[in-house]
Design a protein around this ligand. Structure first.
Ligand SMILES: [Zn+2]
Length: 184
């Protein structure tokens, strides 16, 4: 069901990407695109994997409820390193068998100021306690997903969450200087 085809040459893939972009925009998501969340970055060339239609709502939710709010709080571009992974691709890049990337509901993101992004993700995780949000904290990127179950992991998780707890305990609700919002 999954097809990964070099874009730019394949009209069918282009059409599916346009359809997904329309759904993303319909959800009010303006800073992320279908190409960003379907590209197989470690594959040779520019290759997109189009997930089954039944999974599209999951990525739309992740973008609307997690990525876009983070982007707004961060006040600058977030770069998507990984979105969807087909099962072949997931195996090839050493992804875990139950990876939420397989279900088109996970993103690995990075930003120029990782310290700030980690702090924002940690606060989001700690303040949205009833939501099934997954967060993986690493030095170079952060994994986020929503819709599966609540959990956290990663080499930077303990430190990031401890610091956020400290800030929240201090009652400082605006602890992070988000700077100029460069939305355009
Ligand atoms: Zn991930």
């Amino acid at each position: 069901m999954t097809r990964a085809i070099a874009s730019g040459h394949d009209q069918d893939v282009k059409a599916r990407l346009a359809e997904l972009d329309a759904e993303i925009l319909d959800a009010g998501v303006t800073h992320f695109t279908a190409r960003e969340v379907t590209r197989l970055r470690k594959a040779p060339g520019t290759v997109y994997a189009i997930p089954p239609l039944t999974l599209w709502d999951r990525m739309v939710r992740t973008l609307r409820d997690v990525a876009e709010p983070l982007r707004a709080a961060y006040g600058g571009p977030l770069r998507v390193l990984n979105g969807y992974r087909s099962s072949d691709y997931n195996a090839a890049v050493g992804g875990s068998k139950g990876s939420r990337h397989l279900y088109f509901e996970a993103l690995d993101i990075t930003a120029s100021n990782m310290e700030k992004l980690r702090a924002l993700v940690a606060e989001m995780y700690l303040t949205r306690v009833t939501e099934p949000i997954g967060v993986g904290f690493y030095r170079g990127n952060i994994h986020v997903d929503i819709g599966y179950r609540r959990r956290h992991w990663g080499s930077m998780a303990a430190r990031s969450l401890d610091e956020a707890r400290e800030r929240l305990r201090d009652g400082d609700t605006q602890p992070i200087d988000v700077g100029e919002n460069d939305c355009a």
